[in-house]
Design a binder for this molecule. Structure first.
Ligand code: AP5
Length: 217
């Protein structure tokens, strides 16, 4: 099964994709996580991406397209995958369509997670992420705090704040999100788009996602 998530910064894409990945036993491919890993490892893609990410701008399309072309052909993707944050522009979506056609893995569902803009800033600024790169669990200091301050419940890793989770960069990321909006009519036309209200408890959001994913499996 191939599932794709759209939504603004802080909508809960990562939170829900991690749960869905565990439930469906499919890999969660987050463009943000892959780019942060590339930056941390100092790869060529990471070097190209860093300055754009630091200022909340979109990384050039070809960096993402090349990264996902390689990643989608890895063995853990054989039974499907959950895409989080890629594609984010129409050229990326067109490249993904071509790639999925080559791989004979058509999309089943595109989940568009929507949250009132006024709530997104608080979500992003209060986010804490497990620094252990094999875990990447997501918390929130108010909405989803860890049991022990700054320590991951799952792996006891130290929680960190993302470098781009500042008020200034958040505003730039919201501006960059405008480039993603044409993907809504793009996937509506293909018949894949399902809009989910992300302004509910994480459990309720997950239940709504499972319903649409199961219907379109
Ligand atoms: P990326 O890492 O993808 O950032 P983003 O899209 O801005 O999304 P976020 O990770 O901020 O939000 P999320 O929706 O995953 O929310 P989360 O679940 O964490 O991308 C980073 C950068 O990489 C971009 O700015 C760009 O530079 C570059 N990039 C990435 N992809 C690209 C592409 N395709 N093309 C070009 N450039 C690209 O939740 C947020 C917080 O809210 C958490 O604290 C969580 O605990 C809390 N929360 C979640 N759900 C709920 C709920 N229901 N109620 C209350 N709180 C909740």
């Amino acid at each position: 099964m191939q599932i794709l998530f759209l939504g603004p910064p802080g909508a809960g894409k990562g939170t829900q994709c991690q749960r869905l990945s565990a439930h469906l036993k499919l890999p969660h491919l987050s463009s943000g996580d892959l780019l942060r890993e590339a930056v941390a490892k100092g790869t060529e893609a990471g070097a190209k991406a860093k300055s754009f990410m630091d200022k909340g701008a979109l990384v050039p399309d070809e960096v993402l397209i090349n990264m996902f072309r390689d990643r989608l052909q890895e063995s853990d993707c054989a039974k499907g995958f959950i895409l989080d944050g890629f594609p984010r522009t129409v050229p990326q979506a067109e490249a993904l369509d071509a790639l999925l056609a080559d791989l004979k893995k058509p999309l089943n569902t595109v989940v568009d997670l929507q949250v009132d803009e006024a709530l997104l800033k608080e979500r992003v600024l209060g986010r804490r992420t497990c620094g252990n790169k094999t875990c990447n669990a997501v918390y929130h200091i108010k909405f989803n705090p860890p049991k022990k301050e700054n320590i991951c419940d799952l792996c006891a890793g130290e929680l960190t704040q993302r470098k781009d989770d500042t008020p200034e960069v958040f505003l730039k990321r919201m501006d960059a999100y405008e480039a993603t909006k044409p993907l809504v009519p793009y996937y509506k036309k293909q018949g894949h788009l399902r809009t989910i209200d992300g302004d509910q408890t994480p459990d309720k959001v997950f239940a709504d996602i499972l319903k649409v994913v199961q219907v379109h499996a």
